[in-house]
Design a protein around this ligand. Structure first.
Ligand code: PGA
Ligand code: ZN
Length: 426
């Protein structure tokens, strides 16, 4: 049973405050929950509670969320069984009583939810992936590595927020990771030679100002070939357009490549890119409330390509059900803090799978050393993960955790490879 729950304010990878929870059980197990934080957040995400006291951390302190854990949640969950995750999460949801965790804060609730999960895994003497996934969690995900950053993560160096490489044409995660890393280093050399800055964005990718959004794709294609790999055959490309960030509701226009464009222009643009580049996945091609445009692109190319709903679906089973019903998107981005409990996150993955949606487990742009998402991807055999470039400790921690899991699984480990995406060319 849960014996103690304690929260404190710590920092995330951007130097902003976030919540850490330490939970202890009577049998001596201890679990920690470190909560991540987004920058290009969806409107429909669960509420991230910030103090708003301008004298501390420019208003970004989380002392109220910490207090919610220590004074409100703790007394209500002490004595509960840490492994009864669903009952624990439902207790916190009821305690909050709002549809978006708007009273206690999703950062408070998720901290406890994660800490309980880790404590229960320790009590069971199981690594997290096995505790969560049982004996069937054995597929190592394709690492979608965000090697060029733009949008809200890099002062809009490009409108598109993330340019990712997906090394799927390999026999193991270890070899796929190596290929991705080699492309990353090769890309740095090519950018430098062309006189570009090679400073990093929030997720560790290079963030030079580009003349057009397509230029970044050209550089990445060159880097893949120069590193000795075959674009399309071994390494594909994914985008996270994060288009809600440059969509104007008043004008109903996307401000893209320097001009206001309508949804039809954007659809043509994406179709053009798909013809030219080995794209296997596009995330948030349209804004979070532009359901009609989402339906159009899914109908036009959804049989071949993955369209991932991040701001659109916000890991929320209700929003996901709407996407399923409307045939808007065909893939779910999975972020624990968008919904705020482990249980609801698992429900979202379950619902996605049952309806033929793929799931891509994801970090946030503001991260910690926590590696939950690596274990979650293996536990649920999601076949895909995105956790930034192979740079910055908080990103590397997840990639390294996957190396550890692959080694632990030994001969039972399977690399998702081509099976991750329907657009993969074998
Ligand atoms: P965020 O970015 O964590 O800033 O929301 C990640 C994403 O958009 O997928
Ligand atoms: Zn996104």
């Amino acid at each position: 049973a849960i014996e103690s729950v304690y929260a404190r304010e710590i920092l995330d990878s951007r130097g902003n405050p976030t919540v850490e929870v330490i939970l202890e059980t009577e049998d001596g197990a201890e679990g920690r929950g470190l909560v991540p934080s987004g920058a290009s957040t969806g409107e429909a995400e669960a509420w991230e509670r910030r103090d708003g006291d301008k004298k501390r951390y420019q208003g970004k302190g989380v002392l109220d969320a910490v207090k919610a854990v220590n004074e409100t949640i703790a007394p209500n969950v002490i004595g509960m069984d840490a492994s009864d995750q669903r009952a624990l999460d439902e207790t916190m949801i009821a305690l909050d009583g709002t549809p978006n965790k708007g009273k206690l804060g999703a950062n408070a609730i998720l901290g406890v939810s994660l800490a309980a999960m880790y404590a229960a895994a320790e009590s069971a003497e199981l690594p997290l992936y096995r505790y969560l996934g049982g004996t069937n969690g054995h597929i190592l995900p394709v690492p979608n590595m965000n090697i060029m950053n733009g949008g809200a993560h890099a002062d809009f160096a490009t409108d598109i927020q993330e340019y990712m490489i997906s090394p799927y044409g390999f026999d193991s995660y270890r070899e796929a990771l190596r290929a991705g890393v080699e492309v990353y280093h090769t890309l740095k050399g090519i950018l430098k030679k062309d006189g570009h800055e090679t400073g990093l964005g929030d997720e560790g990718g290079f963030a030079p100002k580009m003349k057009s959004n397509e230029d970044s794709l050209k550089y990445i294609m060159d880097a893949i070939s120069a590193a000795g790999y075959e674009p399309g055959k071994q390494i594909g490309l994914c985008l996270d357009v994060a288009s809600s960030e440059f969509y104007s509701k008043d004008k109903d226009k996307y401000h893209f490549d320097g001009e206001d464009r309508d949804a039809d222009y954007m659809l043509d643009y994406y179709q053009g890119l798909v013809e030219k580049y080995p794209l296997v996945s596009i995330e948030d091609p349209f804004a979070e409330e532009d359901w009609a445009a989402w339906q159009k692109i899914t109908a036009a190319m959804g049989d071949r390509l993955q369209f991932v709903g991040d701001d659109l679906l916000v890991t929320n089973p209700k929003r996901l059900q709407k996407g399923i019903d409307l045939k808007a998107a065909n893939s779910l981005l999975v972020k624990l803090n968008q919904i705020g409990t482990v249980t609801e996150t698992l429900d979202a993955i379950e619902l996605a799978t049952a309806n033929g949606f793929t799931s891509m487990v994801s970090h946030r742009s503001g991260e910690t050393s926590d590696t939950t998402i690596a274990d979650l991807a293996v536990a649920k055999n999601t076949r895909q993960i995105k956790t930034g470039a192979p740079a910055r400790g908080e990103r590397i921690a997840k990639y390294n955790r996957l190396l550890e899991i692959e080694e632990e699984l030994g001969s039972t480990a399977e690399y998702a490879g081509y099976s991750a995406f329907k657009a993969c060319k074998q």
